[in-house]
Design a protein around this ligand. Sequence first.
Ligand SMILES: [Zn+2]
Length: 303
Amino acid sequence: MNWLSRVRNSLPFGNKRETPDNLWVKCPGCQEMLFTKEYEENLQVCPRCEYHGRIGADERLNQILDVDYEVLAQPEVREDPLKFRDSKKYTDRLKQARGKSPLRDAFLIGSGSIEGRPAVVGVQDFGFMGGSMGMAVGTAFCQGAERALSRKCAYIVCTAAGGARMQEGILSLMQMPKATVMTRRLRDAGLPYIVVLTDPTTGGVTASYAMLGDVQIAEPGALIGFAGQRVIQDTIREKLPQARHGRHGGLASRPARHAGDAAGLPATREGGVTVPSSQRKLGPLSTRSELAARDPSFRWDDV
Ligand SMILES: [Zn+2]
């Protein structure tokens, strides 16, 4: 509610505003005004241009898991061990982020089932300090993998991150090998580890668990990279060409997943999704030659 509405509604005379402020939402993709209800019913995907809006961790768990799932308590880790301060104290930044979000940190785990099949789903929330990976995120990732190991089920992780959390220095980078070891443990146990890359997935997260899935899926239009566009531009002092977003297969649109054909995989008789073993070995984003084979105009340098 803006200041004008506040003043208007506090006046004892005159009509109260009937229409809520959030009736319409502007699509960041095509700038069209959309009915919020229509946008939400379409799982926050623009029905006109297919722009996939960024969504919070709890919302995504609701979309993916069957109704009666359990949300794991977010791990408590030692906070601000480096006593870091830039323009603001790290502890103040954390406080501020927790004030704006229902989360304690940027990674949330749901344990339940997807269309009746047991699954553990981990979701990174870009809304919490840019989804950055610090000790809490690394620990939560491992907690999810442990739960999948004990339940002997698939571990699905939806990534969204600006990278490692710089306020935790080397301790944030140490989350990369820690998470990588857990993906190996899942592999050794023969359990599928599936990564859904959402907008944006960059930095240390891309350099570790986001790229280690047995199956890699990306939401249409998701920005995926190692160094962000701004970092590269500042380094080479040149403007980069228009980013080429994930249009090279392995895409899963949210409404399509709900229709039971995630990533174009064949549906089972029960309406679930099977992953053929050939696709399990070849993650859609795995090699340069695969990308080139799919799209002859593809140039690695464009990514
Ligand atoms: Zn749109």
